[in-house]
Design a protein around this ligand. Structure first.
Ligand SMILES: [Zn+2]
Ligand SMILES: [Zn+2]
Length: 228
């Protein structure tokens, strides 16, 4: 009996010790979580990064109206040439025709501001799918982007020459796998844009159209449009 009671007592001691260890571990976990939370609250950069990722998440999930005529997929491109013009929020989408075709043709207007200026490929930009025959207007600065949304209008003449297919420098007109890059002001989600709550996605300040040429497989910039 005595031996048994000693054994029982020994077992009880082990359970007590395990309980203590579990309690200590739980306290340690709580302490670490608490410290991390305090550090985050004290670090404005941490808070800012949280907000930035929240805004980016919103923009990924709410693409602007002008690209909604396509199947869209968030694009994460390694090439820094396609990461925008500087500060601000940047998102990019891969475009596919609603029929699933990724090899699309781009129509726009070639012109020069002055005879010595470089040749520009301008809007309205129209995308054509030769697989299903669909033609969709992709971008027109007089209707799309920050200035158009705010009502500042558009200065300068676009689309005066007849529409032509975009030509790769090397291959000429050909099918292109398309991507759109969109840039937004940092303060877009602040109080001053309260009237535009829920349609921040349409207030992009840059619209960049680029793509992979189906012949030479290079990534090429088709057009960059400052919209603010
Ligand atoms: Zn199609
Ligand atoms: Zn090419």
């Amino acid at each position: 009996m005595e031996a048994r009671s000693i054994r029982c007592g020994g077992h009880g001691g082990l359970v007590d010790m395990l309980k203590k260890v579990v309690t200590l571990l739980a306290l340690a976990v709580l302490l670490i979580v608490g410290l991390v939370l305090v550090a985050k609250l004290r670090d404005p950069r941490g808070r800012e990064m949280d907000r930035t990722s929240e805004y980016l998440d919103y923009l990924w999930k709410h693409p602007p109206r002008c690209i909604c005529g396509f199947n869209l997929e968030p694009a994460h491109l390694e090439d820094e040439r396609f990461n925008g013009h500087g500060d601000g929020l940047y998102t990019a989408f891969a475009l596919r025709c609603l029929c699933g075709n990724t090899q699309l043709h781009v129509l726009g207007h070639y012109w020069r501001d002055a005879p010595s200026d470089p040749l520009i490929f301008g809007e309205p930009i129209v995308v054509q799918c030769k697989s299903c025959g669909k033609t969709v207007t992709l971008f027109d600065r007089s209707k799309d982007g920050y200035d158009a949304e705010i009502g500042y209008g558009l200065s300068g003449a676009n689309g005066e020459n007849p529409a032509e297919e975009f030509k790769c420098d090397t291959c000429g007109p050909c099918a292109i796998e398309l991507f759109v890059g969109l840039e937004y002001h940092d303060d877009l989600f602040g109080g001053e844009f309260g009237d535009f709550r829920g349609r921040e996605q349409d207030l992009f300040s840059w619209f960049t159209l680029f793509g992979r040429c189906s012949k030479c497989l290079r990534f090429i910039i088709i057009g960059e449009f400052e919209c603010a």
